[in-house]
Ligand binder design. Sequence first.
Ligand SMILES: [Zn+2]
Length: 115
Amino acid sequence: MGVIQEIHRISREAADANGGGRLTSVTVAVGELSAIEPALLAFAWEAITTGGPDAGSRLEVDWRPARQLCETCGEVAERAPGTWLRLCPRCDLPLRIEGGDGLDVLHVDITQEAP
Ligand SMILES: [Zn+2]
């Protein structure tokens, strides 16, 4: 739950820096390697905002998959989500991983209207 509190804190700070108001939606980038389950994140958001001024706001998740790259062939598209290949299926070279890490608040929508 620490992660969702952090997202909410950052979103509130962004809203308050823009004259306050209620949050209507917050967009976060979630990397595949962050070990965060988007569905659980949305559920936790609902739990943390219910009963407060930001009740009814939505948490949108912008999923950022990691990519596996081969030095010779480029991106390896054969990987199924959530699984990793050890070697390139085309040339057997070791693969490296790029992107897909971290968690980032991308966008915060606010309204000045009363609920
Ligand atoms: Zn290759």
